[in-house]
Design a binder for this molecule. Structure first.
Ligand code: NAD
Ligand code: TDX
Length: 341
């Protein structure tokens, strides 16, 4: 069986590409190799006979047509994925996260035998007051340019499934963490800075809550879903949630403890504009299909810390691509004027 994985050089995509190759799939990875990509994430399978990389843009119809041709399955991970960057430069999010999906859908419309899986996010629902959990039919209420783009992409998938009867699955996942994640994201940023004894810029009061899933649990969800794709056309929506909900301050403190650095490194700074307070998914539908999250947060965060400690050459390869400039723009003023605790 043949699969096209887009964005396979990024965090989640790289884990899924390796898993599908291990499972016997013939995998083509279409990736634009943006700042967020890291070829080192795929060292393990470089040169594998059932793996090939196409450097290209999901917004380029000619490239996408060729890449989709002959595939049994297309899984779309290609995206601009960082909320903070969407506040600095929203247009690139509209292009890749919405237009890129429509280009993929157009190519797929002509190939009804290929199934489509779109990776989406709990952020499409916006902030949810406790104890609410979002089920698959919860209304969209996105807050950031990133989440608005992901919601718009989902609406396009819905439209194509409804109009053309295309077979499509939308996976909405909570916050993923683990090896290979770019150090712009909260957990790797805090881990790698804490290891060096650097300040940890915690947005606002740090009481925002996220639901955290270790990347291997998301991979097992993808494996299950691609093994049980519904026959025929139409839309399937599934939530990949772990139930492991934690406040950001608690996560930051745990990181300091694990890397044996003082909690005083945690520096409250100006909040992210429009910052959602809380996300929570109801993953009952996927659990009813036989899936379980296996890795508790406490285990996952230790494994993640060990990986970042042992692999500075791997994550450093991605971080070197302009990260210092981004960090200055995003955090320079915040860290020069930290908020009083
Ligand atoms: P990432 O930023 O680590 O990787 C994205 C990859 O896509 C990179 O390799 C990049 O080069 C590639 N890419 C970007 N623009 C492209 C384009 N125009 N054409 C082709 N390739 C392009 O992202 P991630 O964290 O692995 O997220 C993957 C997907 O999962 C995204 O759709 C994201 O919205 C979604 N998601 C992520 C999380 C999370 O916590 N990381 C949670 C829920 C959903
Ligand atoms: O420096 C920081 N300080 C801080 O307090 C950063 C980078 C983040 N935070 C907070 C903001 C969030 O409440 O930590 C939390 C997690 O932040 P991110 O890692 O930026 O993730 P988030 O905004 O929750 O989005 C992530 O999960 C959902 C992914 O980046 C998205 O792609 C995914 O859809």
């Amino acid at each position: 069986m043949k699969a096209l994985v887009t964005g396979g050089c990024g965090f989640i995509g790289s884990h899924v590409v390796r898993a599908l190759v291990a499972d016997g799939w013939d995998v083509t990875n279409l990736d634009k190799l943006t700042y967020a990509s890291n070829l080192r994430n795929l060292d393990e399978i470089a040169g594998h006979p059932r793996y090939r990389l196409i450097e290209g843009d999901v917004c380029d119809p000619a490239v996408v047509e060729r890449a989709v041709d002959g595939q049994d399955l297309v899984i779309n991970f290609a995206a601009e994925s960082h909320v903070d960057r969407s506040l600095l430069d929203p247009l690139v999010f509209v292009r890749t996260d919405i237009e890129g999906v429509v280009v993929l859908l157009e190519a797929l419309r002509k190939r009804p035998n290929a199934a489509f899986v779109q990776m989406s996010t709990d952020e499409v629902f916006g902030t949810l007051p406790a104890p609410l959990e979002a089920a698959e039919d919860a209304p969209f209420n996105p807050s950031s340019p990133y989440s608005a783009s992901k919601a718009a992409a989902e609406l396009q998938v819905r439209a194509y499934a409804g109009t053309y009867g295309m077979a499509a699955t939308v996976l909405r996942c909570c916050n993923v963490y683990g090896p290979n994640q770019h150090i712009e994201k909260f957990i790797p940023l805090f881990l790698t800075r804490a290891m060096r004894g650097e300040s940890l810029p915690l947005y606002g009061d740090g009481r925002q809550e996220r639901e955290w899933i270790y990347v291997s649990d998301l991979v097992s969800a993808v494996r299950l879903v691609v093994g049980q794709l519904p026959a025929g056309g139409g839309l399937q929506e599934l939530h990949v949630g772990s139930g492991e909900r934690r406040g950001n301050l608690d996560v930051a403190e745990r990181i300091c403890d694990i890397v044996e650095r003082p909690r005083s490194l945690i520096t409250p700074v100006a909040d992210r504009p429009g910052h959602d307070r809380r996300y929570a998914l109801d993953a009952g539908k996927l659990r009813a299909m036989g899936w379980r999250a296996e890795v508790p947060f406490e285990t996952g965060i230790q494994l993640t810390a060990e990986w970042y400690r042992a692999n500075p050459d791997v994550w450093g390869a991605a971080a070197s691509a302009g990260f210092a400039d981004y960090f200055r723009e995003q955090y320079g003023e915040r860290l020069s004027e930290p908020r009083p605790t």
